[in-house]
Every structure is written in C-alpha cells, then in structure tokens.
Design a binder for this molecule. Structure first.
Ligand code: GLC
Length: 494
C-alpha cells in the first residue's frame, strides 16, 4: 500500500503556499524547488550562530533536536472572514485574505471590533498539543495583516486594545505552557505588514482577485500602506519584537520570522540581531533576511528527500490547504499521512511543525483535533522511536533520484518509497514498517551487530527470531501488522 503523494504536497507546492510574483530572486518562503533564502555574506552585527562554539550550539539546540514534533498555530482576524469576502470565495491561503481580496486597510481593520473569541482556552490548546505528543508550540504573534495577538504598547492594532475580547492569548498560552511543560515560540512577520504604513507586501500573483491593483515595486493596493520601510521597522516591528521577547517570562523559546524581502538589508536585520543576542537561549529560523541564516532551515509544505545534512531543520505543514482557518477548506490529510510524514522527517533528522487554524470563536476545528489525538495515541506507544533519536543509518529506504525524470527546476526528480523508515538510538535501531513485509523482514546490510529484536508495541518484548544472512539479516514477524499505519520493530545493537 503506497502513501498518496497528496500527503506530502498538494498538486505542486504552489497550491498551498501560492505562486510568487514580484522579486523572484528574493525567495521568501522555503518552498520545494524554490531558490534557497539568500544567506551568508558579511554580518554587520555578529549573531549567536557566528560566535558560539559547537558545544554551546549543541547545548542551545538540544531540546529542539530531541522534540521532533511541534504545533504551529495560525490565528487572527482572518479567521472571521474564513476565506470569504462579500460572499465571494477568496482563493489561496486563509491568512492572506486581505491581500488576495485587495481589502483596503480601513475595511480590514474594521474586523477587530468583531473579534471576540470567547471560546478560546489556552488550557485546551496546550492540552491538545500535549495529547498529540507535541513538545512545543509556535503561534502567530503578528501575521502579515499587522494585527498583534498580544497586548502591544507599540501599536494599538492589537487584540487587547482593538477588540471586545480584551484578553492576551499569548500571555494565557505562556502561563499554560509553563504549567504543562510545553515550550512556546512566536511567529512574527517582521517584513510584511499590510496595515502599517511602510510595511512590505508580496503578492501571490494569480491567487489575487485584483492583481492589477498590486503595483510593483511595493505591491501595495491601498495608498494608506505607503511609507518608509525603515520607519515601519523602527516604529512598530522592532518595538514589538522587544515586547514579545520581554513580556512572556521564560518564553519565547523560538522566534519564527517569515517572508524576508529585499527591504530587509543586512544593516536593518543587524539591528534585530542585536536584540536577539540579548536572549542567548533563543532559537530563530532562516527567514529573518539580510543575509542571516539563523538556526533552522524551514522547508514549507514538503519534506526534503535527504533532509538538510549539517543543518537543523523543521518542515512546516498544513493539515488541509491553509494555515489560517477557511470554512470551505475540508481537504484534510489522513492521520496515516501525517504520522508517516512525522516518521519520514525524524528519519532524516528534522522536526515536524504541524499547523492548526483556530476559528474566530477560538475553538480548534474538529478534523484537526481528531487527527492530533490519533497521532498522540500512536506516539504514546511508539514515542521512544521518535523523540531524541538520530537519523537513519541506511538511507535508500526513503527513495531515490530518478535517472530519467526531472523536477520543476530541472533537477533529477526524487521518487519516494514508502515501505519503511528508520531512526536510531545509541543501542537500538528502529524500523518503522509502513508496508507489512509478511512473516519475514530482510535487510541486505546492517551497519551494527544486532543482539535482539522485538516489536515496540509489545510490552512483553517477546524476542523475535533473527537470522544473520551475510552482511544482512532476517527478522521473523507475526503474519499480521499490529499497526496499519506504522509498526515499529526494535533491533537492539551492541
Ligand atoms: C508562508 C505564508 C505565510 C505562512 C507561512 C508558514 O510564508 O506566506 O502566510 O504563515 O508560509 O510557513
């Protein structure tokens, strides 16, 4: 049984993340086949990545590398229109509705008085992440629409000052994460801001209803958006970055930047880096811009064929086709696909940041709750084979690059195989069986001495018969797969 390709990405990545137009050189989301986000070059301000020793880096990144599985939360005013504007379905990802429907600033800001998510419960959301087996949460503190989901003194367009809700969900989540032992991180759209004068704007091209109104070089569609980018940065973004780094106790553990643009020069980025350097435990991604590579690669809506050897990385993905809530988007991936993605990612040494999009009421859509709880059941039994493990010692099991077919960028196409994956511990090799091989699992070559084997779900650890075959071995298995999604075979090694 082969996992459907849909599970990994939607009929071509562009569907979920939107085609890019404007400055093609300025890659702004790490999509499959897109040019790498420009990093390297001189750093006006040296970042922690430039100054720390490998030992210090290992210490700082330890919890992240062991976590493997996190919750991404896209939540904000865009949950109110939920993909429709003036009764019209708006194409593309939900959190981009202001841009895709060319909504004027004043009209979009008028959503704030209608935002009153009284059914929001930090305890429930953190509890859901925990029951799913997730170790950290990254929530949108401010997305491209410029609305802050926290109490900001720097700008009144925020959930405490501009809505009847008047509560600070980031504060409530920070307290709850502290209580439940979950790490909390913040997504912050440092470049794009469609409601602040001078904020940057990109475009999703064909997914924009009135693209002709989005004129280069700013791609603004309302004169109220015009202004100086450095001024926007100094008046709003940098003060807010200071606020989210200072006002939430031990959090954030992660800062998740997004869509760097050409406006973010190394000098301007350096000003932000100087603030980040004041938080030596902080982990931040590769999307700040201005030539800074940060700590993590962030492949979006896809899983890199071989991971990113030598780099920490995190594949972020939607459960359906949108990050922000859209009422008409019911194209949810199956739990089987989501779990096999997690296992595939862990086998390549990465993390899985899986998204939820709460509704305007504050509740999490039930298809997302169901899938997370089912993933949690599997991890409750098999978590040992995911958390704090190392990548596979094999590699070929994930698939191979075609010698004939080319991908969109003209490179050899990667053809994945979905029979099994492997993760590693100092004294164990875990084989995650997706396709049950029958009563015998065979390995041609094994790079360690195997001393025993059992199924992870078998609490009695009933020994399985192993037979050495030259450099490889055979492991005897029960006729039926104990778990249809993935059964973990543990091989103890000496
Ligand atoms: C893209 C989208 C943004 C989304 C992000 C998640 O950059 O523009 O809306 O939040 O991907 O990775």
């Amino acid at each position: 049984m082969k996992v459907s390709r849909r599970g990994v990405f939607q009929g071509g990545v562009l569907a979920a993340s939107g085609a890019v137009m404007g400055d093609p050189l300025q890659a702004w989301a790490q999509l499959e086949g897109s040019p790498r986000i420009q990093t390297g070059g001189a750093h006006p301000v040296r970042s922690i990545q430039d100054t720390e020793t490998p030992a210090q880096n290992n210490e700082r990144m330890k919890w992240f590398r062991e976590a493997r599985f996190g919750m991404f939360i896209h939540w904000g005013l865009y949950a109110i229109p939920a993909g429709r504007w003036n009764g019209q379905l708006v194409p593309g990802i939900g959190e981009w509705i202001m841009n895709a429907a060319s909504i004027p600033v004043a009209e979009y800001k008028a959503l704030a008085p209608k935002f009153n998510p009284t059914r929001f419960s930090a305890a429930q959301i953190v509890g859901l992440a925990k029951s799913a087996g997730m170790k950290y949460i990254v929530i949108t503190s401010k997305h491209h629409d410029g609305f802050a989901m926290f109490d900001s003194k720097a700008d009144p367009f925020n959930i405490v000052q501009a809505t009847p809700f008047k509560r600070d969900p980031l504060k409530e989540l920070a307290d709850e994460c502290g209580n439940q032992g979950i790490k909390l991180g913040f997504y912050y759209s440092q470049d794009q801001d469609w409601t602040a004068p001078g904020g940057a704007a990109l475009t999703h091209g064909l997914q924009t209803l009135k693209i002709e109104e989005h004129k280069p070089p700013t791609y603004h569609w309302d004169r109220a958006q015009d202004g100086s980018f450095p001024e926007y940065l100094h008046k709003k973004a940098i003060p807010q970055i200071r606020e989210i780094l200072a006002n939430f106790g031990e959090f954030p553990a992660i800062l998740w930047f997004d869509t760097p643009t050409k406006d973010m020069t190394p000098e301007l980025a350096g000003e932000i880096v100087a603030i980040l350097n004041e938080h030596p435990k902080l982990i931040w991604n590769n999307r700040l811009g201005g030539s800074y590579s940060g700590d993590t690669e962030t492949p979006e809506q896809y899983i890199p064929p071989r991971g990113f050897p030598g780099r920490d990385w995190e594949s972020c993905m939607t459960m359906n086709d949108t990050w922000g809530y859209k009422q008409d988007d019911t194209n949810f991936k199956s739990t089987e696909t989501l779990l096999r993605n997690l296992i595939d990612i862990a086998s390549k040494g990465g993390n899985y940041l899986l998204n939820i999009g709460p509704m305007a009421t504050g509740e999490v859509p039930s298809p997302e709750v169901e899938r997370l709880q089912e993933m949690g059941k599997w991890l409750a039994v098999n978590g040992e084979a995911i958390y704090a493990t190392q990548p596979t010692l094999f590699g070929g099991e994930a698939g191979a690059f075609s010698t004939v077919e080319k991908d969109k960028s003209g490179n050899p196409k990667f053809v994945p195989s979905w029979k099994w994956r492997s993760t590693t511990a100092p004294d164990k090799i875990y084989i995650h069986l997706f396709e049950w091989p029958g009563t015998m699992f065979h390995l041609d070559k094994i790079p360690r001495t195997v001393t025993g084997a059992h199924l992870l779900a078998d609490k009695a650890k009933t020994p399985l018969k192993i037979t050495k075959q030259g450099a490889g071995l055979d492991v005897e298995l029960p006729a039926q797969a104990p778990d249809q999604i993935a059964t973990v075979l543990v091989m103890t090694t000496g």
